[in-house]
Design a protein. Structure first.
Length: 350
């Protein structure tokens, strides 16, 4: 991997970052904090399958709800986050908790000298993201963000096409990240709280596409959002669309619906042609003077890939593939999207 781009996919065995560990490299021992659906997904991706990372402790608000899961996966479970931070058997924490508590949990983990992996969005304001990054740097611990689409071979090939000039001057990006997730939400669930999930599905899924766009073409200068509710019973927007202007001058658009069949695609348009990623594995390229050509990439376990990349950063100092500048910028975009969703105004991103 060079400058974040995979140059030779045929020789790239998957999304793993860094060399395979050899003698003396122990597993990174983690505490999973938050054992809802996504916390369990993270545990399932590596427990008993990875020789680089293992969960040795669990923390959740209501231990009885996840007691069987924790027992089946071989770790003790309680509700005491500070006890996990004080545990010498814990090298790192993996945060799969509500967005609004990430900032304080990161600060406490950094103070305790524990490495930190945190699900996206890392925090919900740019200022708190800056403080979190600064705290981790001062403590000398790794802070890694769970932007797992950056581990897709197909997305890296799309970036290669852009960087090598195969698509010409990039003019516009379009994304759609939609699905039926809003139907699962009930009153009282934190993901159904507009404070935690401004602009409908942005916190759960749309932020992945925003981060993919940042990875492909750089930072975003301004954002304008239309967001409202047509279908859902909970007080959460289900119909959200966004217009972007990037610092590199191209435009962008993203739709994020929470009450429809699954749809995931990302298209980049350039003066020589376009490239469209459908789902996570199907990449189609069409040049101005040619016909569309489709390539299917292998499916990868993104969650295992990101956790093993985190372990490589902890154990070997291998840079985590999501730069912290991009992490902070992604949070600034998330904050701007929330503001524009309320006002409808064009918001300049810090």
């Amino acid at each position: 991997m060079s400058n974040g781009t995979v140059r030779n996919l045929e020789n790239w065995p998957g999304p793993a970052v860094g060399p395979v560990y050899v003698g003396g490299r122990r597993m990174v021992r983690c505490a999973i904090v938050g054992l809802g659906r996504w916390g369990q997904t993270l545990v399932n991706s590596v427990q008993g399958k990875s020789d680089k990372v293992r969960f040795v402790r669990g923390v959740t608000r209501t231990p009885r709800n996840a007691a069987t899961f924790a027992a089946d996966h071989g770790f003790p479970l309680d509700s005491d986050y500070e006890a996990a931070l004080a545990d010498p058997k814990v090298d790192a924490v993996v945060l799969a908790t509500p967005h609004s508590v990430h900032a304080q949990q990161i600060l406490l983990a950094a103070k305790a000298k524990k490495h930190i992996f945190v699900d996206k969005p890392v925090t919900i304001t740019r200022d708190s993201a800056v403080k979190a990054v600064q705290a981790a740097k001062r403590a000398g611990v790794v802070l890694a963000a769970g932007h797992n689409r950056r581990f897709l071979p197909s997305l890296h090939e799309m970036k290669r096409l852009i960087d090598d000039g195969a698509l010409g001057t990039i003019m516009h990006l379009e994304g759609n990240t939609s699905g039926p997730g809003g139907f699962r939400y009930r009153k009282g669930m934190w993901r159904a709280d507009p404070t935690e999930s401004p602009a409908g599905g942005m916190g759960g899924s749309g932020i992945h596409t925003v981060d993919s766009m940042i990875f492909l073409v750089g930072h975003i200068a301004s954002i304008q959002v239309s967001s409202f509710r047509l279908v859902l019973d909970v007080a959460l927007d289900d119909t959200t669309s966004m217009l972007f202007r990037f610092k590199n001058k191209m435009s962008g658009y993203l739709a994020c619906l929470q009450a429809t069949a699954p749809a995931q695609r990302l298209t980049v348009f350039g003066s020589k042609g376009w490239a469209e990623l459908k789902g996570e594995t199907e990449l189609t390229v069409c040049l101005v003077d040619g016909q569309p050509k489709t390539r299917n990439f292998p499916s990868v376990n993104k969650e295992r890939a990101e956790l093993e990349a985190f372990a490589a950063a902890v154990n070997r100092g291998v840079p985590y593939p999501v730069p912290l500048d991009d992490v902070v910028h992604g949070v600034a975009c998330f904050e701007a999207i929330g503001k524009s969703a309320k006002s409808g105004d064009l918001i300049k991103v810090k």
